[in-house]
Design a binder for this molecule. Structure first.
Ligand code: NAP
Length: 286
């Protein structure tokens, strides 16, 4: 017998729209007070279709929110030294308030060196070691956008992490690892799972809050879940499918993010919010 869904949806599209409206108001206020609009620089290496689309979407959202964007397109043949030079110049340019280096940048480049060339006060995508350390120590700074979006979704739906068992499947520097750190900072008991985890199913079954950040379509299913779990699916795989098998998971979870329309829109919303915040600090109004 097929079970009907019991989970409530966490609507990332609607929440992202609200956050973007707030960013647009803050950007307009900043422009009124300083005569300057917040400006996000986007750096794209090569012409990978997914990266081109992501950057186009981010710039379009900037426009809608009254945030200026400056685009720098570099050929796939660019060297690490040239890429670092470009990012350094943007870091030093007072008319740029935030920098987004779209990744992956290509296997021949030292991505970490390029990220580290982003000035901490302009790291609105939260990719530098400075930002990661600040986040881990609970110091002011910008969080990695997707984990930041996940936390805002949990807050909006009244999910209190304190005392809960949170299981993060995936440990990438931009997603899994910072998501776990943010949950730990909110007093969750955090378990990280990855490709070398011995008994993934046992760990996942313990999760009150499950963050799926694996990059494998429908990797986790309803039968893996603790009944009533809160399921956040950060995965985005070919064919618009997440890392969680939505139909089966929705019969066991209490709250679940859809794919698309869950975590994805929140990532861009946090990027815009952090760009406006960065501009406010640099223009001396925050
Ligand atoms: P990633 O760098 O490839 O990391 C994947 C993680 O999953 C790794 O830590 C890996 O473990 C783990 N993993 C892989 N196979 C596993 C298995 N069989 N069992 C347990 N763990 C396994 O990917 P990512 O950049 O974090 O992205 C993850 C997903 O999120 C992708 O679908 C991506 O498209 C999506 N994403 C979405 C957004 C958004 O805005 N919505 C933003 C970023 C990423 P090891 O560390 O041991 O290799």
């Amino acid at each position: 017998m097929t079970q009907s869904p019991t989970a409530r949806l966490m609507d990332g599209t609607a929440l992202a729209r609200r956050i973007t409206e707030e960013s647009a108001e803050a950007a307009a206020e900043l422009r009124r007070r300083t005569g300057t609009a917040p400006c996000l620089a986007t750096v794209l290496v090569g012409e990978d279709p997914a990266s081109v689309t992501y950057v186009r979407m981010k710039r379009a959202r900037c426009r809608q929110a009254g945030i200026a964007s400056r685009h720098v397109a570099l050929p796939a043949s660019v060297t690490t030294a040239e890429l670092v030079g470009t990012v350094t110049a943007l870091s030093q340019d007072p008319s740029v308030h935030g920098i987004l280096l779209q990744h992956p940048v290509g296997p021949h480049l030292d991505e970490r060196a390029a990220f580290e060339a982003i000035a901490p006060e302009k790291d609105v995508d939260g990719v530098t070691t400075h930002s990661f350390a600040a986040m881990s120590f609970g110091l002011p700074g910008f969080v990695s956008c997707t984990p930041g979006g996940i936390m805002r979704l949990l807050d909006a739906y009244g999910v209190e992490p304190a005392g809960k068992r949170a299981v993060v499947v995936g440990r990438s520097a931009i997603l899994g690892k910072p998501a776990g750190m943010l949950l730990l900072a909110r007093d969750a008991t955090v378990t990280y799972c990855h490709s070398r985890t011995a008994d993934l199913a046992a760990a996942v079954r313990e999760a009150d809050i499950l963050i799926a950040a694996v990059g494998r379509p429908r990797f986790l299913t309803g039968s893996d879940l603790k009944p009533g779990a809160v399921v956040v699916d950060a995965g985005y795989n070919e064919g618009n499918v997440g890392d969680v098998d939505f139909d089966s998971a929705a019969t066991r979870a209490s709250l679940i993010t859809p794919v698309p329309g869950g975590v994805g829109p929140m990532t861009i919303a946090v990027l815009l919010a952090q760009t406006v915040e960065a501009a406010g600090r640099q223009l001396g109004t925050a």
